[in-house]
Design a protein around this ligand. Structure first.
Ligand code: UDP
Ligand code: MG
Length: 136
C-alpha cells in the first residue's frame, strides 16, 4: 500500500555557500523525491530560534540558530512514499562522521553543526515545519 507523505528539507548555509544546492536537489530527484515547493531565503536569528524551539534547552541552541541564519538556505517540500523516514535515511546520521556511505551528510557534511541538510523527524513535525516556511 502506498503512503505518500510530504516532508520539509533544508539545504543549510554550509551547502548553499559551496554551491551544492543543484547537486543536492538532483540527489533527491534521482532518489524518487518530488520537489513540490522550494525557495531560497535568508532567515533572521529570531526566525531560526522559532524554528528550532524544540532545542531551546540544548547547549548548542544559540550556535545552531546563529548558524542557520548566517546565510541563504534552500527550503523544500519533498514528496515520496514514506517521505519523512525516507528523507531521514537518505540524510544520514546527524554527525557526518557517523553517517553511512551514500548518505547526503556523509557526502557533503563538514561537521556535526555544518551537516548540510535538515529533515523533519516525524509526520507531525513535517506538517508543522512545512507550515512554518510555506503557509501564506
Ligand atoms: N547539532 C549541533 N550539535 C549537537 C547536536 C546537534 O550543532 O551536538 C545541530 C546539528 O546541525 C543538527 C541540529 O543541531 O542537525 C538539530 O539537531 P538534531 O538532534 O535534531 O539532529 P538532526 O535531526 O538534524 O539530525
Ligand atoms: Mg532534528
Amino acid at each position: 500500500m502506498s503512503n505518500i507523505e510530504q516532508t520539509l528539507s533544508i539545504i543549510k548555509p554550509d551547502a548553499v555557500e559551496r554551491n551544492l544546492q543543484d547537486q543536492i536537489k538532483n540527489e533527491f530527484k534521482n532518489n524518487g523525491f518530488e520537489i513540490l515547493k522550494e525557495k531560497k531565503i535568508h532567515i533572521s536569528k529570531e526566525e531560526a530560534e522559532k524554528f528550532y524551539k524544540v532545542h531551546e534547552s540544548k547547549p548548542f541552541y544559540n550556535d545552531l540558530c546563529a548558524y542557520l541564519s548566517s546565510g541563504p538556505i534552500v527550503v523544500m517540500s519533498l514528496q515520496k512514499d514514506n517521505a519523512v523516514l525516507e528523507n531521514r535515511k537518505f540524510m544520514g546520521a546527524t554527525n557526518p562522521k557517523d553517517a553511512e556511505e551514500g548518505t547526503l551528510r556523509k557526502k557533503y557534511g563538514i561537521s556535526i553543526d555544518k551537516n548540510s541538510v535538515h529533515g523533519s523527524d516525524s509526520v507531525e513535525n513535517a506538517k508543522i515545519e512545512l507550515d512554518f516556511f510555506f503557509k501564506d
